[in-house]
Design a protein around this ligand. Structure first.
Ligand code: SAM
Ligand code: SF4
Length: 339
């Protein structure tokens, strides 16, 4: 049953209600996708990372302030030790009706172990990142991943009753020959697909973004040669725009931060595993909530720190992929803020 209590919702200076929190529970990962991480990443020292109890307290403070949706991400959320403890703890907010959804974004390598427990904890759907269906290419993109493990994870998730959305980053010259296969495969699986433009975040070593970048207008035109795409009136309040593939019913999303400005409807903020709150994925301004968390037991102080941060949510992002400037527009990696 829903708890009746009066909370002043988090509203930013542009009138947008902030009701969605993404939490990167670890910056670590068992893969090293070429567009996301350098091969020799230096990860955060454990002492800087919030404990699971601290993450629970912080997420719960957001829920008390009107957050209706929590997405755990990373790095790879399922490689964080005892992460199921956190998920089970957070599920009390689903039981109370204070939270509409608890979900995660995962590379699926560990889903085989966790799918049943996730369902038991009230998780109903997950986003799975998968950029190719070809085993060799998968190993190249992730630097050492094994596609069989991902497929086993997906099968376990389906068997447990989780609904799955596949996220595919469009990479020029890498997987731009696979959109048709991916749409057909998702249709067979009975799941949906979202294609994402690569974003200029973090130093990734040898590769350059300009080489990888592919505008989704081009991707859509390519897909439309073989599939009939119907516009649909569906939105999650996020950056994706959706169509329906008439032939197999797949709902196909396009996330186009580079070519389409989605900021006017943004309802989300992002918390790192060190307790830093980023009010925008594409901006560097941030609030340190760890200090508020560690220096006081008072939730009031924590709530005030969160409210203050929301007053700084910017109007929009600054992503630019610039041929002259080879630096990423945002210095931190996606694995810090979570996708
Ligand atoms: N490890 C999990 C996974 O891969 O799903 C969760 C974290 S990952 C950082 C979240 C999402 O961000 C993935 O879908 C990934 O493909 C995407 N991503 C990472 N770096 C990106 C970049 N530079 N541009 C666009 N998407 C990116
Ligand atoms: Fe890991 Fe996800 Fe980044 Fe790939 S995209 S390296 S799976 S965090």
């Amino acid at each position: 049953m829903r708890n009746i209590r009066s909370v002043t919702p988090l509203i930013d200076p542009f009138g947008r209600k902030v009701s969605y929190l993404r939490v990167s529970v670890t910056d670590r990962c068992d893969l090293r996708c070429v567009y996301c991480m350098a091969e020799d990443m230096t990860f955060l020292p454990k002492a800087q990372v919030l404990t699971l109890e601290e993450l629970d307290r912080l997420c719960s403070a957001f829920v008390a302030l009107g957050t209706r949706k929590l997405r755990l991400t990373g790095g790879e959320p399922l490689v964080r030790r005892n992460v199921m403890w956190l998920i089970e703890r957070l599920s009390r907010h689903l039981d109370s009706g204070d939270l509409d959804e608890l979900t995660l974004t995962t590379n699926a390598t560990q889903l085989g172990r966790h799918a049943k427990d996730l369902v038991a904890a009230g998780v109903r759907r997950v986003n799975v990142s998968l950029d190719t269906l070809q085993p060799d290419k998968f190993t190249r993109i992730t630097r050492w991943g094994d596609l069989r493990k991902v497929k086993a994870g997906l099968a376990a998730a389906q068997a447990a009753g989780l609904s799955i959305k596949i996220n595919m980053v469009a990479l020029r010259g890498v997987n731009d020959d696979e959109f048709d296969d991916m749409i057909a495969w998702c249709g067979d699986l009975g799941q949906n697909l979202t294609i994402i433009e690569v974003m200029p975040m973090g130093d990734i070593g040898g590769e350059t973004r300009v080489d990888q970048y592919m505008p989704l207008s081009m991707v859509r035109a390519q897909i439309a040669r073989h599939w009939e795409l119907e516009d649909i009136d569906y939105s999650t309040g996020g950056p994706a725009r959706y169509v329906r593939v008439r032939e197999n019913g797949v709902r196909l999303g396009f996330i186009t931060p580079m070519t389409h400005n989605f900021c006017e409807s943004c309802n989300r903020v992002r918390l790192t595993c060190t307790g830093t709150l980023y009010m925008c994925l594409g901006q560097d301004d941030a609030a340190d909530l760890r200090q508020a968390l560690r220096t006081t037991e008072s939730d009031e102080v924590l709530h005030d720190a969160i409210r203050e941060a929301i007053t700084r949510k910017p109007k929009g992002h600054d992503f630019v992929i610039d041929r002259r400037r080879q630096q990423p527009a945002v210095g931190r990696h996606m694995s810090v803020t979570g996708g």
